[in-house]
Design a protein around this ligand. Structure first.
Ligand code: ADP
Ligand code: ZN
Length: 616
């Protein structure tokens, strides 16, 4: 970007969005679009993808078009832009006819800066025809990974967006996403006809996000309740694998006094929209959702994401935990997982009509996910390496960094389990296998009692054996056959098993795993306790912060807008810390642009001065 246009872009960033300077790859991406060239930008969630197309849309002549997969996301973005004084609107299936007409009038008068549309809406022939009559500044394709069938959010209609290259030649197209490995990027490039577009791939680090994962005890429901209760007063998302699961959990959370709501595709549209609106408007609600509706529950001030059931892949994991802390404030991603979940995920792939190649990729993805969840290495680093980042250092904030699990050599014990599973010929489940190892099978048959593995496992407790069996399943050394809900344990990958028998492959594991049966007071490591307090590194005036939040809540209700489109928690925290005395000082707070300064300055300054804000 020439110095002049960089300065111009920076000026818009400051004046309209209230940010002091560009972050990460924003400046080079904007430069590419300003130069009229197509580009692909992979920036982490919260990395500030939107300004990458919003600023070119404001600076280049013509209308900026944004293709977004979900109405809720569009509504949110448009509300935020209108707050910032930008001419933005959306056209989708929910837009009322009179709004539609007004929006078209603004488009054709050239007074609209940004138009948000759904892919199916945009691709209607009359829409394309009508839009090709107006000059366009930029076409942004949000959540571009939806074009890839390798991913978890594949949307067939995204495949058709490649046509935009031909319909709008000469208009720079920017594809943005938060998750795309090399293969997915290639798919995006081909699917969207990006040709030789430059690729901008940011670091996947999310410095505000602390990850942790725990093996489930039983269904893990008790633990989820415990985790959510310890995070009262903060907005959170809990993902559950089934609709019934979301309903049951939400009911239990409500019974525990938390403002929780279930959200899934089985609810009627009205109810779903009301719940989504309630969640967006709230600063302490808990959304218990199925992943199918993940993109609909986007909200920047989500403080934690709990997977009551594990995600489908590392991409899905990163995307889902990535919904916490989009405002850059500290947030947590906590995942509960079990061997049965992995068995189920693998089994589900068996039931799908997939080509061998796609199936092999999907199986590997499941295995990689569980290796990460059950592994002892830094979780953030593992994800970043998975996405191809090099030279990655440990994060120092995930559970494995803060409280490294003590690994012990369990090769001998693994050999015992494997040979017992072999001798029992995959006919028994976990419980019976453990009883066999301990020699505690009730009324064993003469055959079983005569096996050399009967009772060879006195050195470990039943809980430790179960933990080791799970680990061997995660490692692929054992295989779990779901067997209609009464899982059976058999040998896994033959080559790997042989290597363990021969002592060529060592097995390391942790004894007394974190939650063998709930006995070890769940998650109460000092590290995790620390994170249970609100706003970890906040050093401002807590009373002022609370007063600002209360003011924001009232303002949000009055405007029927989500609180965070007024100001983010981070902006309020900065105000409560710096206590700006006048408008000039307030305007230097990140997130306070000209429009918001004019609108909210007096109220905020009054609160800082300890007065009742005007208009109250
Ligand atoms: P995402 O990449 O997840 O779409 P957004 O575009 O929603 O992220 O931006 C995430 C948050 O970061 C928003 O609150 C936005 O205002 C803020 N943000 C974006 N760019 C900057 C910047 N240059 N400096 C400070 N904050 C920024
Ligand atoms: Zn770490």
């Amino acid at each position: 970007m020439s110095d002049d246009s960089l300065q111009e872009a920076q000026e818009v960033l400051r004046r309209v969005f209230g940010h002091a300077g560009f972050r990460g790859l924003q400046a080079p991406v904007i430069a590419e679009v300003m130069a009229g060239r197509p580009a692909l930008a992979v920036l982490p969630t919260g990395g500030g993808k939107s300004v990458c197309y919003q600023i070119p849309a404001l600076l280049r002549p013509g209308l900026g078009l944004v293709v977004s997969p979900l109405i809720a996301l569009m509504a949110d973005q448009v509300a935020g832009l209108v707050q910032a004084g930008v001419g933005a609107a959306r056209l989708d299936s929910l837009t009322a006819p009179e709004d539609r007409a007004a929006t078209w009038a603004r488009i054709e008068a050239g007074t609209l800066d940004l138009l948000y549309v759904s892919p199916e809406g945009l691709l209607q022939p009359w829409m394309l025809e009508r839009l090709s009559q107006v000059p366009l500044s930029v076409i942004a394709i949000d959540e571009a990974h939806c074009v890839s069938q390798w991913g978890h959010d594949f949307r067939p209609e995204y495949r058709l967006l490649g046509r935009l290259a031909e319909v709008f030649p000469g208009v720079p197209r920017l594809a943005v996403t938060a998750t795309a490995d090399a293969r997915t990027r290639q798919d995006i490039r081909e699917g969207l006809h990006l040709g030789a577009a430059r690729e901008f791939v940011a670091s996947f680090d999310r410095p505000e996000l602390a990850l942790s994962a725990e093996r489930k005890a039983g269904t893990g429901r008790k633990r989820v309740l415990e985790l959510a209760k310890a995070r009262r007063d903060r907005p959170g998302v809990i993902y559950a694998g089934s609709r019934d699961g979301t309903e049951a959990l939400a009911a239990e959370l409500c019974a525990a006094g938390l403002p929780a709501m279930a959200y899934h595709a089985g609810l009627d549209r009205d109810l779903r929209e009301r719940r989504l609106a309630g969640f967006l408007a709230s600063d302490d609600a808990v959304m218990v959702a199925t992943i199918a509706f993940g993109m609909g529950v986007d909200k920047p001030d989500v403080r934690y994401v709990i997977h009551a059931d594990p995600p489908a892949s590392i991409e899905a994991y990163w995307q889902e935990v990535g919904r916490a802390g989009r405002d850059g404030e500290p947030a947590e991603g906590i995942t509960l997982y079990g061997a049965a979940d992995m068995a189920w995920a693998l089994r589900r792939l068996d039931g799908q009509a997939l080509s061998d190649e796609v199936r092999a990729v999907q199986v590997r993805k499941v295995r990689q996910l569980y290796a990460l969840l059950d592994g002892a290495a830094c979780r953030t680093a593992a994800v970043r390496r998975y996405f191809g980042e090099e030279g990655v250092a440990d994060c120092g904030r995930c559970d494995n960094c803060l409280d490294p699990p003590k690994a012990e050599d369990l090769t001998l014990q693994a050999q015992k389990v494997l040979s017992a599973a072999h001798r029992l010929n995959g006919r028994f489940g976990r419980g019976r296998l453990v009883e066999h190892l301990l020699g505690k099978t009730r009324e064993p048959s003469a055959f079983e009692a005569g096996l050399s593995t009967f009772g060879v496992g006195a050195e470990l407790s039943a809980g430790d054996w179960r933990g080791l069996i799970d680990q061997l399943i995660f490692d692929g050394l054992l295989r779990e056959d779901p067997n209609e809900g009464r899982p059976l344990i058999g040998l896994g990958d033959a080559g790997a098993v042989r290597a363990v028998y021969r002592g060529e492959r060592r097995v390391e594991g942790r004894l007394a795993p974190r939650h063998p049966d709930g006995s070890r007071d769940a998650g109460a490591t000092p590290a995790r306790r620390r994170r249970d307090g609100p706003g970890t590194d906040f050093e401002g005036d807590p009373q002022l912060f609370a007063a600002l939040r209360a003011w924001r809540r009232a303002e949000a209700v009055r405007q029927k807008a989500p609180p965070y489109v007024i100001f983010s928690d981070r902006t309020l925290a900065e105000i409560a810390t710096r206590k700006p005395a006048d408008a000039a000082a307030l305007s230097r707070v990140s997130g306070v642009g000209e429009s918001k300064l004019a609108r909210y300055g007096p109220a905020v300054l009054a609160l800082v001065a300890g007065e009742v804000p005007p208009g109250d």
